[in-house]
Ligand binder design. Structure first.
Ligand code: SAH
Ligand code: SF4
Length: 343
């Protein structure tokens, strides 16, 4: 029988499993407290009797991440981790310092099915979903290794969070549990390439997180070249979902737009984008493309970025150019893992 992933369980669920083993309910809180302190072995849980530890070892598994590589940027305080999971797979995570505190970018899958042309993660295909516990472990590991408290998180690392819907919802739930990491939903951003059916599903949870949508193009012609998912859900359907999402949750949508030289960065693109976003409660983040070895795409010039931004502003769109942190350590996700696979 497969072992149960202990750390992904809520306190109530853990109580339920323990009850079936005729273990009293207060043990669940004791175990959870060890898990929240980063303990990854039942044998290290001092207040749990030896006999019970042996039974727990037969029924549960505690997943963890190990730091396989750590890169610290010499330009800013950005830290990039390559983590090894229990099955030997690797994911990446980036820790960034902002004036309001430390923010961490987490991975939600090993690889990704979506195959976006500009993305290092997408190039290597999909391996598996991460468990909720493996998302929590990325935060715990970074906090204890780097000696900081993470105050906000973005689900913008490797993988498509809405393609791992149940585990991501479970992770978000566990994030706010008493005794746990305790990051409020207002300090969470979830980024998606636009799985429209899942956006509607997410809406039903009425979470106060920020939904980031990787738009990257103002029309289907360009977007379908960059992002295969656009053939399944074209821009009109995606923006309709975004508009309803913003109205239902009262939360502004954040549209990500990676500026790619000669692909999506013309003045016409800016005008078309502004027209399409009219009436949607939103903000646009322009991101100079991080170049990925093996594809020929290049970032737009600063001049192009400036002109694109000015047009959006003139047409009433809320827009910022995102700071590129950790540019000397390949801080955009997917690249470390690729390098490792090549070794
Ligand atoms: N799968 C989700 C979240 C992970 S990707 C999504 O696509 O939204 C996180 C963000 O990085 C997305 O906005 C994605 O489009 C962007 N991205 C991927 N590769 C990039 C690159 N080479 N340069 C700049 N942004 C990139
Ligand atoms: Fe997957 Fe996001 Fe990369 Fe696209 S950009 S391949 S959805 S991780």
């Amino acid at each position: 029988m497969a072992l149960i992933d202990c750390k992904s369980l809520t306190l109530e669920e853990l109580r339920f499993h323990l009850a079936s083993m005729e273990v009293p309910a207060y043990r669940a809180a004791q175990i959870r407290s060890w898990l929240d302190r980063g303990v990854t072995n039942f044998d290290d849980m001092g207040n749990i009797p030896l006999k019970l530890r042996a039974e727990l070892n037969k029924k549960f598994h505690i997943s963890s991440v190990k730091i396989e590589k750590k890169l610290v940027s010499a330009r800013d305080n950005t830290v990039k981790y390559l983590y090894a999971l229990d099955d030997g797979e690797n994911v990446e995570s980036v820790l960034m310092e902002y004036h309001h505190g430390w923010s961490q970018c987490l991975s939600t899958q090993v690889g990704c099915k979506m195959g976006c042309s500009f993305c290092a993660t997408g190039m290597d295909g999909y391996v598996r979903n991460l468990l909720a516990s493996e998302m929590l472990a990325q935060i715990e590991s970074a906090q204890s290794d780097h000696g900081v408290r993470v105050s906000s998180i973005v689900l913008m690392g490797m993988g498509e969070p809405l393609d791992n819907f149940d585990n991501v919802i479970r992770f978000l739930h566990l994030l706010g549990q008493p005794g746990g990491i305790q990051i409020g939903m207002r300090h969470v951003s979830l980024s998606t390439c636009g799985l429209v059916d899942k956006i509607y599903e997410l809406m039903e949870y009425k979470l106060q997180l920020t939904l980031s949508v990787s738009l990257h193009a103002p029309n289907d012609n360009i977007r379908s070249q960059m992002m295969p998912i656009n053939k399944r859900w074209p821009i009109s359907e995606l923006l309709k979902a975004c508009s309803i999402y913003a109205k239902t949750t009262g939360r502004r949508i954040s549209f990500e737009y990676a500026m790619v030289d000669g692909v999506n960065d013309s003045d016409e693109c800016a005008m078309e984008l502004a027209a399409r976003l009219k009436g949607i409660l939103c903000h646009v983040n322009l991101i100079p493309l991080n170049s990925v070895p093996k594809n020929k795409l290049r970032r737009s010039s600063d001049e192009r970025l400036g002109s694109f931004k000015a047009i959006l502003e003139k047409l009433g769109v809320n827009v910022t150019v995102r700071r590129t942190l950790g540019s000397d350590i390949n801080a955009s996700c997917g690249q470390l893992r690729r390098n490792k696979e090549k070794e």
